[in-house]
Design a protein around this ligand. Structure first.
Ligand SMILES: [Zn+2]
Ligand SMILES: [Zn+2]
Length: 319
């Protein structure tokens, strides 16, 4: 096919070939491409034909025993063609998606990875603000990117689906957030608000399905789910010193247990396992400081799996 295309770029050959196609009665006005595709298009027809033949052939006919085998072969070939088509569509989807993300080649290089869905969604921050994001779901990873008018989206975080969890949430009527759900993973977890009820249901269904599939796969590191940051508005006083928060006595987040605590109770800083080597130490509460960096208080940790080294970058909204 490549040789044919290359030769057709030479005007004399193209002219000669086109002339034959147009004038030769055997070509029946069909061009070369149409002839190539013919045998493939015929496969479903062969199947119908043999099906009919089975019904019309007497059982004592010498050819009768061969017909089921012919039918089976036809089925096999049809399946191979369908799979090849499917694969081609998948590859095209991957190339199109990769062209929209700033991590294109890495995306394509992973064997067995295919594109599932992408859409815009709002991320709910711990300060209860909406931030527009683009989710790109693949069969083994979820990528979160910032929407852009430029050609390529910048991927902010890449989550491994294996070991991740999805949690359905009721609407938050007080703050006016609807279609909420959580994606719990590593190196962080997200609270998301879909654009409609249907969109939320679709995301939950697809995420659950592909997480389940990913969990069946061998290999890949186990992850420890990092809890969602506790929303500021839910905490009226510091859980460690019991002091009430005010406009001056402000809330801070412990980066380890993700709870809201006061400044006095989060004086220490340490490097957390979810941080990359270049990052600065993060603020942790006195509770966490008394323990090692893998500790989380009772009832906050979602999973006790061993930690995996972080392989991507994430940005935090405040420090
Ligand atoms: Zn405190
Ligand atoms: Zn803590």
């Amino acid at each position: 096919m490549y040789t044919f295309e290359r030769m057709m770029k030479q005007p004399p050959i193209l002219k000669w070939f086109t002339n034959i196609q147009a004038t030769e009665p055997l070509c029946k006005g069909l061009n070369f491409d149409a002839f190539l595709i013919k045998p493939v298009q015929r496969i479903p027809r062969y199947k119908l034909f043999i099906d009919r033949l089975v019904k019309c052939t007497p059982e004592n006919d010498i050819d009768f025993p061969k017909l089921p085998l012919a039918l089976e072969k036809c089925d096999q070939i049809a399946n191979i063609i369908n799979q090849a088509k499917e694969k081609q569509i998948q590859q095209e989807n991957m190339s199109k998606t990769a062209a929209r993300l700033d991590c294109g080649t890495e995306l394509l290089m992973v064997p067995g990875r295919s594109f599932v869905k992408d859409s815009q969604i709002d991320k709910i921050t711990r300060k209860s603000k909406k931030q527009p994001r683009c989710l790109f779901l693949f069969t083994d990873v979820l990528m979160v990117a910032t929407p852009t008018i430029k050609e390529k989206h910048t991927v902010q975080v890449k989550f491994q689906l294996k070991g991740s969890e999805v949690k359905d949430l009721p609407d938050d009527t007080e703050k006016g957030f609807s279609n909420l759900f959580q994606f719990l993973s590593y190196p962080k977890s997200l609270e998301l608000s879909a654009s409609s009820k249907e969109e939320k249901a679709e995301w939950i269904r697809l995420l659950q399905f592909h997480i389940q599939e990913a969990n069946k796969s061998i290999g890949g590191e186990k992850i420890k789910i990092i809890p969602i940051f506790e929303p500021d508005s839910k905490v009226k006083k510091c859980p460690l010193c019991d002091e009430k928060f005010t406009a001056i006595f402000r809330r801070h987040h412990c980066r380890q247990c993700r709870r809201v605590v006061c400044g006095n109770c989060t004086k220490h800083k340490r490097k957390l396992p979810s941080q990359s080597s270049g990052e600065r130490k993060k603020r942790v509460c006195d509770d966490c400081w008394k323990h090692d960096e893998n500790w989380t208080p009772e009832g906050i940790s979602h999973s006790q799996n061993p930690l995996s080294p972080r392989d991507n970058s994430s940005s935090d909204e405040d420090s």
